[in-house]
Ligand binder design. Structure first.
Ligand code: HEM
Length: 418
């Protein structure tokens, strides 16, 4: 099947950034899995792969599918004014998600040493306190946008704390991380993108000076671990490599986890019998998060590039072609999951989901995301009695080719009379 021939099939109807697929892509994915599981999308310039088994095979085959363009296919090109500003900072070099072995292995081994279970366990009390502080900040209000007031600040503050960013710098850190997201997405007025690019350069300098500081006097934080591990590598990691790596960890770990928390709460509130199951058996919280990751797939899809002519699900893909692996579709594949559209917190094989990827690029932050989301959910259910969705609101979703998350989540609860 040729690229041009395939565009006459489902590819011409594939429109993940616009209504109705933006709000609900699942009926289209189900049709694709049935009728044309691998098709070419001219608008994305990529072959779209929708079945669990095919996606699993693609990610396992790192010799023939490169990740070098994993996050750049389909993104708008950065305007020249933005590139000019970025020239003043450190070059953005490939590190983890957009890299292949052997360069990928170098970064991966560094981060794996820094992202240990011990560091995570140490942070658990901090996460619990922060969750409680944030809830205390709005508990008396009775209604709130849970994404803006809780999930988004929570996940950015946690990643800042993990890295070792002091509280006094956290507001700049949050501004920079939003600016970085804007620059990478390359959307919106150019003036705004340029202002954000200046923020990114400031951010890079901030990270570089924090790394230098840790090199001179190490502390008990991730920045110190990364700089000391990086120094010990052969050849040692350059400052540009370390700064790029840190920015990628930040981007990978912030919005995704915020999306998972908001998505998990939404799923529970739309499925009262499942919420009741959790209330009756609080130990189910980890399973709820896993099932929410499957159902919501915050990283909706990633890209690979075919390094030679390959066949996926019986379809020939030419050398050099881009391949879009739709994790959100794999996670609802009826050939993999029984009644995949059902949110079922007791699903026995939920761990077969691909929401955190698989293989070489498996999400390094999955244990952190799971921990944050579980603690958040337990506290919300415990502290906000009668938690419910505010009726009559239509959920809106972020426009992105890789991320899929709610833009807001209005919820209400019962407040006790004084
Ligand atoms: C619910 C939250 C999250 C989801 C759904 C998620 C999802 C994913 C997925 C699907 C991949 C694989 C990408 C691919 O196949 O190319 C990935 C990789 C990655 N994730 Fe996550 N992630 C989450 C949270 C986090 C957190 C909290 C961090 C860090 C603090 C993080 C850091 C990374 C990194 C660094 C990679 C690249 C790993 C590599 O390429 O070797 N993620 N994530």
């Amino acid at each position: 099947m040729s690229e041009t021939g395939a565009t006459q099939g489902l590819g011409s109807e594939y429109n993940p950034l616009n209504s109705p697929q933006l709000e609900d892509p699942h009926p289209f994915h189900a049709r694709a899995r049935r009728e044309e599981p691998v098709f070419f999308s001219a608008s994305l310039g990529a072959w779209v792969v929708t079945r669990h088994a095919d996606i699993s095979a693609v990610v396992a085959d790192t010799a023939r599918f490169s990740s070098a363009e994993a996050i750049t296919v389909g993104a708008a090109a950065m305007p020249s004014e933005v590139l000019a500003v970025l020239m003043d900072g450190y070059p953005l070099v490939p590190s983890l998600v957009d890299n292949d072995p052997p360069a990928h292995t170098r970064f991966r081994s560094l981060v794996s040493k820094a992202f240990t279970g011990r560091r995570l366990a140490e942070k658990e009390p901090f996460i619990r306190t922060l969750v409680d502080e944030l809830i205390s900040g709005f508990q008396h209000e009775g209604q709130v946008d849970l994404f803006l007031r809780f999930a988004h600040p929570l996940t950015s503050l946690i990643i800042a704390e993990m890295l070792g960013i002091p509280r006094s710098d956290i507001s700049s850190f949050r501004r920079w991380s939003d600016q970085l997201a804007t620059v990478l997405a390359a959307h919106g007025p150019v003036d705004h993108q340029v202002a954000c690019a200046r923020g990114v350069v400031e951010f890079q300098r901030y990270l570089a000076s924090a790394l230098e500081e840790r090199e001179a006097s190490p502390r008990e934080d991730l920045l110190s671990d990364i700089v000391s591990e990086g120094q010990g590598m052969q050849p040692p990691m350059s400052m540009a490599e370390l700064v790029s790596l840190l920015m990628q960890v930040l981007i990978a770990g912030h919005e995704t986890t915020a999306g998972l928390i908001a998505g998990a709460v939404e799923q529970l509130l739309r499925n009262p019998e499942q919420l009741q199951a959790l209330r009756d058996e609080p130990g189910l919280a980890a399973a709820v998060i896993e099932e929410a990751a499957r159902m919501t797939s915050p990283v909706t899809a990633m890209f690979r590039t075919a390094l030679e002519e390959v066949e996926i699900g019986g379809v020939k893909i030419p050398k050099g072609a881009h391949v879009r692996i739709v994790y959100a579709s794999a996670n609802r594949d009826e050939a993999r999951f029984h009644e995949p559209e059902r949110f079922d917190v007791r699903r026995p094989d939920v761990k077969k989901h691909l929401a955190f990827g698989q293989g070489l690029h498996f999400c390094i932050g999955a244990p952190l995301a799971r921990l944050e989301a579980r603690i958040a959910l337990e506290a919300l259910i415990r502290r906000l009695p009668g938690l419910r969705l505010v009726p009559g609101l239509t959920p809106s979703f972020l426009k992105s080719v890789t991320l899929r998350r709610l833009e807001s989540l209005e919820v209400a609860w019962d407040i006790k009379a004084p």
